[in-house]
Design a protein around this ligand. Structure first.
Ligand code: GDP
Ligand code: MG
Length: 438
């Protein structure tokens, strides 16, 4: 949908003429494309007004052209709108935490309910699912089946048509058994729309959810605005999940849903499989909406590495030098930003065995172990891990309270990382460009 923006961007960046006129032209193109992508018109005007003001007022930092700076402003303003650099807060603020999923039929509610349950289960929470869609035939069976697949109990009353009652009893059932999170799946359709909205309101009044989650299909488009408004009026929306972002839809409608409800997007669905749910990252999403592609995601991440690493660290890593102190920092930042693997996959053409492969769900445990191992190394060993022999391995393992195999595994990871760091040196030019900030 927003292919035009990509073209307008490159036209803008390579253009030579009058800056102000180019800005005006680009903003007009952007408006046209956003509206075409179903973003609410008023919202588009507000956004572009802010962008224009900044563009005419701000001076770019040294080394960056005005035009590059302008694109950065566009990117920043859109990202800010979606929550900026902040990671959405997905941790339940109390226990039990009751989540009510609402949205149209077919939006992906039931699938998302199971995905969420699985996600939180892997985070260590005890999760229960409640099947409160009594409108769609076999809705209970669908959720039941998904629940079995992920080992999460499902509460349902297949013969009862009263969704409010089921929701109330289901929540009670899990809460009284000490569950941490209860996720309630609901109907997305009724004979009449008012009936559906009334049912949502009644369920909410009865179970007093801690978080009402609006599930919307990325392809919903212009309707997103009215739909979000109606649901929000029935029961205040606390967060949004955009599904089917693996398809061709860019998800521009989500922009409107965010604007209407004031809620933040917390997760996105990226496929039919149960683990295809990702924590929402505004800059990547904006890059997608703008059609800039994945490099933007990379820029964002590279910037974050810079926050964690000192200039010197990055320099060392990118120049093919590596030591255990750097690995240590990498491990610590991994905990915060997700696997390096993901970052590197975004660099086009870079395919190699990616270091620090950690089995999903075991990351925390493993990282803790590795940090303990690194803590047991001498300064000499930290700077030159190559000298670590069998005798040293045994001593380190003893000191860290782990098995020698664990130390060996970390050393193997280190070797792979070292190889990568060498390969990266060859791609340095690219990374350097990216670090400039567009
Ligand atoms: P509900 O009516 O809102 O409960 O929607 P369902 O959970 O039954 O999902 C409707 C269809 O969308 C199913 O075929 C799902 O497999 C599919 N679906 C849900 N989420 C995603 C997603 O993130 N990506 C893709 N490709 N399909 C999805
Ligand atoms: Mg359903």
């Amino acid at each position: 949908v927003l292919d035009g923006v990509r073209k307008a961007l490159s036209r803008f960046l390579s253009g030579k003429g009058d800056y102000e006129r180019a800005v005006k032209e680009f903003i007009r193109d952007l408006q046209k494309e956003l509206i075409k992508a179903d973003v609410n018109v008023k919202l588009v005007l507000e956004l572009t007004k802010k962008i224009r003001e900044r563009a005419l007022k701000e001076e770019p930092p040294p080394g960056i052209t005005r035009r590059e700076w302008f694109v950065n402003i566009v990117y920043e303003e859109l990202s800010k709108f979606f929550g900026g650099d902040k990671k959405p807060d997905i941790k339940p603020k109390k226990k039990p935490w009751v989540m009510l999923l609402v949205g149209l039929q077919g939006s992906g509610k039931t699938t998302t309910a199971a995905k969420l349950a699985y996600y939180y289960k892997l985070e260590g929470y005890r999760v229960g699912l409640v099947a409160a869609d009594t409108y769609r035939p076999a809705a209970y069976d669908q959720l039941k089946q998904l629940g079995e697949q992920i080992g999460v109990p499902v509460y349902g009353e297949p013969d009862n048509k009263d969704a409010v009652e089921i929701a109330r009893r289901g929540v009670e059932y899990f809460v009284s058994r000490g569950f941490d999170i209860v996720i309630v799946d609901t109907a997305g359709r009724h004979h009449r729309e008012e009936d559906l909205l009334r049912e949502m309101r009644e369920i909410a009044e009865n179970i007093k959810p801690d978080e009402v989650v609006l599930v919307i299909d990325a392809a919903i488009g212009q309707q997103a605005h009215d739909l979000a408004k109606k649901f929000h009026e029935a029961t205040p929306i606390g967060s949004i999940i955009v599904t089917k972002l693996d398809g061709t839809a860019k998800g521009g409608g989500a922009l409107s849903a965010v604007a209407v409800t004031g809620a933040t997007i917390k997760f996105i669905g990226t496929g039919e499989k149960i683990d295809e749910l990702e924590v929402f990252r505004p800059p990547r999403f904006v890059a997608r909406i703008l059609g800039i592609g994945d490099l933007e995601g990379l820029i964002e991440k590279v910037r974050r590495i810079k926050v964690e690493f000192t200039e010197k660290d990055v320099e060392e890593f990118l120049s093919g030098r590596l030591n255990m102190r750097l690995v240590y920092k990498q491990l610590v930042s991994l905990r915060k930003m997700g696997p390096l693997r993901k970052i590197l996959q975004m660099i086009p053409g870079l395919s190699l065995k990616i270091p620090l492969e950690i089995e999903a769900g075991k990351a925390e445990e493993k990282i803790k172990k590795w940090l303990a191992i690194i803590n047991s190394m001498t300064y000499e060993e930290l700077d030159k891990p190559e000298i670590i022999d069998r005798r040293r391995i045994r001593r380190i393992a003893y000191g860290a309270g782990v098995k020698p195999e664990d130390v060996r595994e970390l050393l193997k990871q280190y070797e792979m990382m070292k190889k990568l760091s060498k390969q990266l040196r060859k791609r340095r030019d690219l990374l350097e460009k990216l670090q400039l900030g567009f």
